[in-house]
Design a protein around this ligand. Structure first.
Ligand SMILES: [Ca+2]
Ligand SMILES: [Ca+2]
Ligand SMILES: [Ca+2]
Length: 581
C-alpha cells in the first residue's frame, strides 16, 4: 500500500512566514576580502539564513567568537538549524552538547588532554605563580628603589667568579608539591654575556650519549655560545633585563653586580631517569631579585632568593634536545626582561597568559634570528596542540600541570597572529616597551603600529580568520602566511610566513578515547593538518576570549549554491560569522 504523506497547509504557511521574516545575508558570488567573512545579524529574530551562490570548490565555516571577559555556557551559544546545498535541504540533527567543559572552564574539563606523546615542555608552576603575583605594597617600595635609586650598591662586583669556581644555589627540587634544596655547582664557562654553572651530577667529559643528563665541556661551550648570540638579538628588540643596560651605570650589573647572566644546569625536579612525560625545561623566578638568602612566602609556598639574574636549565633536556634548550633560554630571558620592564620600571605585574605570550612571540623572532632548528621553533613545538585544543580554553585561562600545553599553544597562536598581522617584530617591541600589561598592552601596541586606535575586542575578532586563512587564502583577511620584518638598533628581525594549514595536528588526535570524549569526528572525515573544526551543530562552551569553528564534510568543497539557517544565540556576547574560503 502506498502512503502519501501530506503536509498540512498551515504548517507550510507558518514555515514560510517564519523563514521569510528572518534576515537573509547574500554575499557576492566570488569570494574576495569583502565577502569572505560575514557577520550574522539576527536583528532580534530567532534565526538567520546565510545564502551564497556560484561557489566553486569552496568551504564554509560557522565561527563563534566571544570577545568579552565572561565565559558563555554552551546552551546560550546558538546553533545550526539546517542547511541547503544545490536547493536540497538537510536537517541538522539535534545539537549535541559539551558534557566535558563546564562554565567557567576548569582544569578538570581538560581531562582528555592528558597527553601521552611526551615529553612536553612546561615552565615551573611555582615559579610561574610567583612571577605572576602582582607586587605587594612593600615590594613596590623596593622595586621603586631598584628602578630609581642612583646610590644602590649594585656597582660591578669587585670579585666576579672565574671558571672553576664553585657556588651554592637554592633550587626547586620538585614542582608539586613544591620542595627546595641547596646544591653546589661549578662555573664551567664564562661567555661574553653568561656564566654557565653545572652541578657535578650533570657534568662528564667522558659522556658518550645524550640520554645520561651529563654535559661535556664541548656541549657547555655550545650552550654559552648560543646564549651569547641570543643576548644582543633579544635585548636589541625588547630591551634589557635589570642591570643589563650599560647606560644605566647605577644599576649596571644588577642584583649581584655581575652584568653576565648566570645559567644553572641541574636536573630540575630530579626526574631525569624517570622518563616523565611532562618536563620542566627551564625556569626564571623573580624571587631571585630579593637579597641573596632572603626568604618570602607567597600563597603558602616559601621561596629563597639567590640574589642574582639567573636561569635554571634542565640537564636532561640540555643533553638530549639542545635546540629546545636554546629556545627555552630565549623564552626565560623574555621573562627576565619582562620583570624589569613591567615590574621594576612600572610597578605592575604581568598576567601569566600575557607574559607567556610574549615569551613565545620572542621564541619565534629570536629563534629565527639565531638559527634554531625548526623543531625548536614554536610553530612546530606548540601549534600542533592548538590545532586540536584551541576551543577548550580562552586566551586568559591558564591550565596547570599536564594541561598547560593547551594554554601555551593558545598564547603562542594568538601572539603569532598579532605579529603576522600588526607589525611583526615591531609589535613585540611595542608590547614589551609600553606602559601597560595584558589586553591594554595589546591594544596600545597595535595602535602604535597602525597609527590609529583599535580595541582589544576588535583585535581579537580577527584572530579566527588567521586560523582559517591559510596559504592560498591569505588575501581574504588575517593570516599567519605573511612575512613581516623590522630593524631596530641596526639589527634585522623577521617573522617568517608559515602555512598553518600544513602543520600536522598533535598525534594524540589519533587517540580513540580523545575523539569520543570530545565528540571528535573520525579522522577520515576531517583534515589531519590545519585547524580542526567542530561538528556543525555541536554546542561548545565559549570561554572568555574564546572561539569555536564549526563545519561539516558536506560544507567542504562546495560548488553551486549553499544556505545555512542558524538559530540565534541567547547570549548577546556571542558573535557569529560565516567564513567562506
Ligand atoms: Ca650526555
Ligand atoms: Ca647580574
Ligand atoms: Ca628534570
Amino acid at each position: 500500500m502506498n502512503t502519501k504523506v501530506k503536509t498540512p497547509a498551515a504548517f507550510v504557511l507558518l514555515t514560510l512566514l517564519f523563514v521569510s521574516c528572518a534576515p537573509t545575508v547574500l554575499p557576492v558570488v566570488s569570494v574576495n576580502p569583502s565577502t569572505a567573512v560575514t557577520k550574522l545579524d539576527f536583528s532580534n529574530q530567532s534565526k538567520a539564513i546565510y545564502t551564497a551562490e556560484g561557489l566553486s570548490n569552496q568551504s564554509i565555516f560557522l565561527v563563534k567568537v566571544n570577545a568579552s571577559g565572561s565565559g558563555i555556557p554552551f546552551g546560550q551559544t546558538g546553533n545550526v538549524y539546517s542547511y541547503s546545498l544545490g536547493g536540497r535541504t538537510v536537517s541538522v540533527a539535534p545539537a549535541e552538547s559539551d558534557t566535558l567543559a563546564g562554565s567557567p572552564i576548569a582544569d578538570s574539563d581538560l581531562a582528555a588532554f592528558a597527553l601521552t606523546d611526551g615529553p612536553h615542555r612546561v615552565d615551573s608552576l611555582p615559579a610561574q605563580r610567583y612571577n605572576a603575583n602582582p607586587p605587594s605594597a612593600s615590594e613596590v617600595s623596593w622595586l621603586n628603589g631598584m628602578a630609581r635609586s642612583s646610590l644602590t650598591s649594585t656597582a660591578i662586583s669587585a670579585a666576579l667568579p672565574v671558571e672553576g669556581a664553585t657556588k651554592s644555589f637554592y633550587v626547586q627540587l620538585t614542582s608539586v608539591p613544591y620542595t627546595t634544596s641547596t646544591i653546589t655547582a661549578t662555573l664551567r664557562k664564562s661567555g661574553e654575556h653568561c656564566r654557565v654553572w653545572v652541578v657535578a651530577d650533570s657534568f662528564s667529559n667522558s659522556s658518550g650519549n645524550d640520554d645520561d643528563a651529563k654535559l661535556t665541556q664541548t656541549e657547555i661551550d655550545a650552550l654559552a655560545a648560543k646564549f651569547d648570540a641570543i643576548y644582543p638579538a633579544e635585548t636589541g628588540l625588547i630591551g634589557y633585563e635589570y642591570g643589563g643596560d650599560p647606560n644605566l651605570t647605577a644599576s649596571y650589573g644588577g642584583k649581584d653586580g655581575d652584568p653576565k647572566i648566570s645559567i644553572l644546569v641541574y636536573d630540575i625536579n630530579g626526574d631525569a631517569a624517570s622518563n616523565a612525560s611532562f618536563i620542566v625545561y627551564g625556569y626564571f623566578t623573580s624571587v631571585d631579585y630579593l637579597d641573596a638568602n632572603a626568604k618570602t612566602t607567597v600563597n603558602g609556598i616559601e621561596y629563597t632568593s639567590n640574589g642574582m639574574e639567573m636561569f635554571y636549565i634542565d640537564s636532561l633536556v640540555a643533553d638530549k634536545m639542545p635546540q629546545q634548550i636554546y629556545s627555552t633560554l630565549i623564552h626565560e630571558f623574555q621573562h627576565m626582561i619582562n620583570y624589569n620592564q613591567k615590574n621594576i620600571v612600572l610597578n605592575s605585574g604581568s598576567p601569566t597568559w600575557y607574559n607567556e605570550m610574549l615569551s613565545l612571540m620572542t621564541e619565534e623572532v629570536i629563534g629565527t634570528k639565531v638559527g634554531i632548528d625548526a623543531t625548536g621553533l614554536p610553530w612546530a613545538s606548540r601549534m600542533p596542540y592548538h590545532l586540536v585544543g584551541y576551543s577548550q580554553t580562552g586566551l586568559e585561562y591558564w591550565a596547570s600541570g599536564d594541561y598547560a600545553g593547551i594554554s601555551y599553544a593558545q598564547a603562542y597562536a594568538f601572539g603569532s597572529y598579532l605579529m603576522h598581522n600588526f607589525g611583526g617584530p615591531r609589535l613585540l617591541h611595542e608590547l614589551e616597551g609600553n606602559a601597560y600589561v595584558g589586553r591594554d598592552s595589546v591594544s596600545q601596541a597595535v595602535a602604535a603600529v597602525k597609527g590609529s586606535a583599535m580595541s582589544f575586542a576588535d583585535v581579537y575578532r580577527g584572530y579566527p580568520q588567521a586560523l582559517l586563512f591559510t596559504r592560498g587564502y591569505k588575501d581574504l583577511g588575517y593570516s599567519y602566511d605573511t612575512e613581516v620584518s623590522w630593524s631596530n638598533n641596526g639589527i634585522d628581525y623577521a617573522c617568517p610566513a608559515y602555512d598553518l594549514g600544513a602543520i600536522g595536528k598533535s598525534s594524540y588526535f589519533d587517540d580513540a578515547a580523545f575523539q569520543s570524549a570530545l565528540y571528535w569526528p573520525t579522522q577520515n572525515d576531517y583534515p589531519e593538518s590545519g585547524i580542526s573544526y567542530r561538528k556543525l551543530n555541536y554546542l561548545w562552551d565559549l570561554p572568555s576570549y574564546g572561539v569555536s569553528i564549526h563545519s561539516s564534510e558536506q560544507l567542504q568543497d562546495v560548488t553551486g549554491s549553499a544556505s545555512i539557517t542558524v538559530t540565534a544565540p541567547t547570549n548577546p556576547n556571542v558573535e557569529m560569522y560565516i567564513v567562506v574560503r
